[in-house]
Every structure is written in C-alpha cells, then in structure tokens.
Design a protein around this ligand. Sequence first.
Ligand code: FDM
Length: 212
Amino acid sequence: DNVHDKSRGSLIVLEGLDRSGKTSQSNRLVSYLKEKGVLVESWRFPDRTTSTGQMISAYLANESQLDDRAIHLLFSANRWEKRSLMESKIMCGTTLIVDRYSYSGVAFSAAKGLDFQWCKAPEVGLIAPDLVIYFDISPEKAAERGGYGTERYEKLEFQKKVAEHYSTLRDASWKIVDACLPMDIVEEQVREFAMACILTCQKGKPLNKLWS
Ligand code: FDM
C-alpha cells in the first residue's frame, strides 16, 4: 500500500556571521552525507546564478547602489524564485544543506536599521527549515580569522549588529555550535544534528512554512 509513500528529505540551514566557518562545514557535511548514501544537495543564498542573484552580487561587491529596502526584497525574491524547486526536491527525498537563508536576510537588513518586523514580512510562507544550525562566534574572534574580505558587509562594527539581530531571531529549536572549537569537533556535532533531523523527517515530520 505504501508504494507511493516515499520519505521526504530535510531542509537544513546553516547560519552565522561571516568567517564563522559555516561554508567549510557545509561542504564537509554534504560529503559526509553523500558517503552515508543520503540524497543530498549543497545550496546557498544568495543564489548568485539567477538574474536577481547577479544584481545582489554586484551590490555586495559595491559595483552598484540600491535602496536598503529594494536590496532586502531582492534577497527575498531570490529565495522565492527557488521555493517550488526546493519543495519538490525535498518531497522527492533530497536533503538540502543551505548556507544562509531568511535569518541572514533579516539579520543583515535589520543591522542597517530597517524595522525588524518589516524585514521578516516578505519571508513569511517560505519553507521553514527542519533544522537551523548556528555557528556561534563573537564578531571580534571572527574578524581575527584572517580578516574579512572586501564585500559590503564584511566590517566589524556591522557584524556586531548582525550578531545582535541573530540572537533576537534565535529560538529554542536552533542548534548552536561553538564555532571556536576545533573544526573536527564542530564537524562531528554538525553531523549528529543533521542525521537526527534527517531521520525525524523520514519518519514523516510535516514540512512547515516560515513564520506563520
Ligand atoms: N545576505 C545574505 C543578506 O544580506 N541577506 C540575505 O538574505 C542573505 C542570504 O549577503 F554578507 C548577506 C550576508 C553576506 C552576503 O553572503 C553574502 P555569502 O554567504 O558571503 O555569499
């Protein structure tokens, strides 16, 4: 009777400040899950390959100027244009490991002084992650790690504000990893959180919508 029932994949989001190590950990996690035979794909936002993504990329590189609200909505649109593809992949059994999502969207825009609730509004209705892993590091420690790059937001004072907004967004469901621990320890913790989540989703946990 269950021939049409196929267990779904998970939506796992990695968040944290710049230089928190989440991109390296995302790559490590994806390799590990592939070895374990999990159907998995590595995703990231902004997705710079789409036309909105190219506008975002130019903005981040300081090659273009955009109104704070306009760029906020572009980041959000960049997620909305991927929503249905994400849903079909997840429902067909693929787990998505996503480097940044709506939480970055809100934390970075609110750090510019935009109203927090206004920042959340366009994200309402996107797919809610089954798991958010937050790579916790102080802005000062992150800055010490070989310094920031040249992109628009990679400045200590700004990252401090981003960190504050991340703590407002955080809820009891988030898994917090101390990003200052040795990489292998962080990797092990991330694996455990991810595997537990994937099992729960396979057992039929429903896919939810964000912030509703
Ligand atoms: N960023 C990322 C935002 O400001 N809003 C968003 O919605 C997202 C997803 O873009 F500084 C910021 C965070 C970061 C920059 O991210 C680019 P990557 O991970 O460095 O590509």
